[in-house]
Design a protein around this ligand. Structure first.
Ligand code: TRP
Ligand code: SF4
Length: 336
């Protein structure tokens, strides 16, 4: 039986952090064997909010793909490409944009949140500008997915509303052109183990509280040493409360073995483990886990041609698949 198709993408906003690794990448790596996977760096989606800050765009795109490869995405198993290198997506986006009612995109709650953020802190587009392209965000995302007629889309909760529009658009396409060609893709919710930043807030580059996949061991250790711990603990032999240790102990639960985590909790509660030692040990555990990934990453960074070749090959493969869908769509829409 033919494998089911999976499509997923990530906006290219720079180097990825451990939250991306634990929340998304480990999941993608696992899916590679069971599904026919298409993973792409969404540089057009990055443009929807950063059209006036593109000086790092090309570099960010390569960094994202480098993080993927280091984390175990395998070009022999998955098709890895860059969104803007698949012109078929742009063509499908045009057809889909014609059939998408304006109020569908205006209602999209995720988009509403995005535009609020943009208006609020000025981190995205100019404060008063919601561009035509940004309004089309879910339509472009639909084109990403439908251009392969994908079965399944692994996404986080925040993307579900977009995917609902994708399913609506697929259905509407079928109704209008009297066909059942377009599949309604199913979301596959990623179980994100919530990895907070070193300050206990949501991990994110803009909050300056993240640990990057690409960070050195020294940087990682420095950041871990800043983690918040049990605030009620003053001296290092005070009895601690692991469950009140807001960041460090949570990291143990995610990164350390069960045995190490148990030992940490017991020693903390007994007051025989100081927080500084505890965090130094945590840094060691994280650094050991990421050592092979970082090693691989350095290899790719030293050979950017390898990454470019993988992207070029992946884009070629993606184009061949996507063109089959476009040919059928052109036929259905009666394009000359
Ligand atoms: N919007 C997604 C995000 O911000 C990225 C994305 C773009 C995507 N196109 C996609 C995800 C298609 C899945 C399928 O995370
Ligand atoms: Fe947290 Fe470890 Fe300190 Fe306990 S000893 S409060 S688990 S950092």
């Amino acid at each position: 039986m033919e494998k089911k198709k999976i499509v997923s993408g990530m906006r290219t906003t720079g180097k990825l952090h451990l939250g991306h690794y634990m929340g998304v990448l480990t999941n993608w790596v696992e899916l590679q064997d069971e599904y026919d996977c298409y993973f792409f760096a969404a540089d057009w989606h990055a443009l929807t909010t950063k059209y006036d800050k593109t000086e790092n765009l090309k570099n960010d795109t390569r960094e994202v793909v480098t993080d993927w490869l280091a984390s175990g995405l395998d070009p022999d198993k998955s098709t890895i490409y860059v969104q803007s290198m698949l012109p078929q997506t742009a063509e499908l986006h045009i057809y889909l944009s014609m059939i998408t009612p304006q109020n569908w995109v205006e209602r999209d709650p995720t988009l509403k949140d995005m535009t609020k953020i943009i208006r609020g802190d000025g981190s995205g587009a100019k404060t008063d500008t919601i561009s035509y392209g940004l309004l089309g965000y879910p339509v472009l995302m639909s084109a990403d997915i439908l251009t392969f007629n994908a079965d399944v889309v692994p996404v986080g909760h925040d993307q579900l509303a977009h995917l609902e529009i994708t399913r609506d658009i697929a259905r509407r396409f079928n109704n209008i052109y009297n066909t059942d060609f377009m599949k309604e893709p199913m979301p596959k919710l990623t179980q994100v183990p919530l990895l907070c930043g070193v300050d206990g807030q949501k991990m994110g580059k803009s909050f300056n509280n993240d640990i990057k996949i690409s960070d050195t061991e020294e940087d990682t250790t420095k950041k871990i040493m800043k983690c918040i711990t049990d605030r009620s603990r003053v001296r290092k032999d005070d009895k601690g409360h692991p469950e009140q240790c807001e960041v460090a102990f949570k990291y143990y639960q995610i990164f350390a073995s069960e045995e190490e985590t148990k030992c940490c909790a017991a020693e903390c509660a007994a007051g025989t483990r100081g927080c500084a030692d505890c965090k130094r040990n945590l840094a060691k555990i994280i650094n050991e886990k990421f050592a092979p990934i970082r090693e691989k990453r350095v290899e790719y960074t030293n050979n950017p041609d390898m990454v470019d070749d993988i992207i070029r090959e992946g884009s070629k493969k993606a184009q061949i698949e996507a063109q089959k869908v476009i040919n059928k769509v052109r036929e259905l829409v009666n394009i000359y």
